[in-house]
Design a protein around this ligand. Sequence first.
Ligand SMILES: [Zn+2]
Length: 121
Amino acid sequence: MFKRIASRIEGALSFLRLPRIRAGDVYEDCAYHPVLCTEAWREGWWDWNLAGVSLLDGSQPRCCSARYCGVRKMDPREVAFRLKRREAWLAAEQVWRATEDHEAYRDLRKESDQFVQSLSK
Ligand SMILES: [Zn+2]
C-alpha cells in the first residue's frame, strides 16, 4: 500500500524533473545532435514532445520525447563548441552508428567540457 503511494509520488516527481524545453531552446537529442527546438507540445500530462532542426546538419524534423529520449537542454557555450567542431561530431556519429559504441564521443565531450570551462572563467 505504502509502496504504491510512494511509486505514485515518484511518478509525479519524475514529471517535475523533465527538462523544460521550449521553442527557441537548443537541446541535445537522442542521437547527440544539438537541435534548435521549433515546437514543444504536451503528450498527456506526463510527457511532452519536441521537434526541431539539427544545428549539425540541418536535418528536420527531429522529434523527441522529453521523457523517453533522455534529451537535455544545452548550455549556449556547449552549442558553440558543437558548431566549432561540427565535422568531428559528425564523424563520431558515423562511428557510433557503425559500432553502437558511445565511446566515439568521449574525447569530444571532454574537449567540450574544457571549452565551456575556459569560457566560464
Ligand atoms: Zn529521441
